[in-house]
Design a protein. Structure first.
Length: 364
């Protein structure tokens, strides 16, 4: 994504807060529009999935535009392997800064990034020891953001010694550490489980997950293979047919905007306000584990905000006057038949309101 020419950190201190807020607002608007009307929506949604695996809040950064670099890094790795993606993320300025990476000096290692790398991005909780965290932290020392907004390894800040992580001893740095962690059998299972939860919604049975992880490793941790395998799986088909997965708020709002067809600034602003009320404002994950998934969205306040927001889009006159509706509301708009109406249907205000109120519209 295109970044601004002004870097907020370079401005006088009293202007940085305003700069960050304006930069974040522009980024959110651009990302929502890209997810809704962009030229390659499937790729953008795949990026959004991985933004949930490697979450960064814009307030953690000296400039929210660094998130554009993270988006580009994820997008650039989607045709490769998980090892490629993990390397891209551990050397990404946004993720590094959000997890105190630049504070990690060989004389005083900071273990925050190392712990999350092991626990959330690779082998998973319970599959490493505290000594692995300490040694991984040493491997991650020495990185900082330069004036070109790039992450660079500063030799005098980096621990050049041998480190032992998960039984292997080497002069690990961030790249070689990420490659080693990606090779672990538990990484394949742990990451596959996270992607399964995002795409299918259910919790995979242990034996099925073991088989999936083993086959994914045989496939060289290919990301296209994993995404295709899960999307085409019998479990995914059942989830769609039975209605086992509740849509993420971002997906719900994007689908609703796409049907209405209005790109008016009011529609975008109203949608972003609604997404915050629903718990999924873009680039504002609640914690380092990312956003809730499926049944975790079953919160009364969030559910009320869902209904309120998408119906407000229909009531707003500026939005309605700039609509671009499909000729008919076809069955393909929903994964299964709505409960309260018959499809196909004529696309008028009343019919759209009925569709948006239908429980099936809330499903993915």
């Amino acid at each position: 994504m295109q970044t601004t020419s002004v870097f907020c950190r370079d401005l006088p201190r009293n202007q940085r807060g305003s700069c960050k807020r304006q930069s974040a607002k522009a980024l959110k608007e651009a990302w929502l529009q890209r997810l809704t009307w962009g030229p390659d929506q499937q790729r953008s949604w795949d990026v959004q999935l991985w933004l949930g695996v490697f979450p960064v809040h814009w307030r953690q950064l000296p400039d929210p535009s660094l998130l554009s670099d993270q988006i580009d890094a994820i997008s650039g790795a989607l045709n490769g392997t998980y090892s490629d993606l993990l390397v891209a993320m551990v050397t990404n300025p946004a993720l590094q800064i959000s997890l105190n990476g630049p504070a990690n000096h060989r004389r005083n290692p900071n273990e925050n990034f190392a712990r999350e790398l092991l626990e959330l991005f690779s082998v998973g909780e319970g599959n490493f020891r505290e000594s692995d965290v300490s040694e991984a932290a040493r491997a991650l020392t020495g990185y900082r953001l330069n004036k070109k907004r790039e992450l660079e390894l500063v030799p005098r800040r980096h621990d050049l010694g041998q480190k032992t992580v998960l039984g292997k001893t080497a002069a690990f740095d961030a790249v070689s550490l990420a490659q080693w962690l990606a090779q672990q059998p538990t990484t394949a299972e742990f990451v596959a489980r996270r992607v399964w939860r995002h795409l299918i919604g259910t919790i995979p049975p242990a034996q099925r997950l073991q088989e999936l992880g083993r086959t994914w490793r045989i496939q060289g941790l290919s990301l296209p293979w994993l995404m295709s395998e899960l999307r085409m799986s019998p479990e995914a088909k059942q989830s769609r047919n039975v209605g086992l997965r509740l849509s993420d708020p971002l997906d719900l709002v994007s689908r609703s905007l796409r049907v209405i067809g209005s790109r008016h600034s009011d529609a975008i602003a109203m949608s972003l306000r609604g997404l915050r009320a629903m718990g999924q404002a873009p680039f504002e994950p609640p914690n380092v584990a990312g956003w809730p998934v499926n049944e975790q969205w079953m919160n009364l306040r969030w559910l009320q905000a869902r209904r309120r927001t998408i119906l407000q889009l229909l009531r707003d006159e500026e939005v309605w006057d700039t609509r671009s509706l499909p000729s008919r509301l076809e069955n393909s708009l929903t994964g299964r038949a709505p409960l309260t109406m018959t499809m196909p249907a004529e696309p008028d205000r009343e019919t759209l309101a009925q569709l948006f109120k239908d429980p099936v519209w809330q499903l993915s």
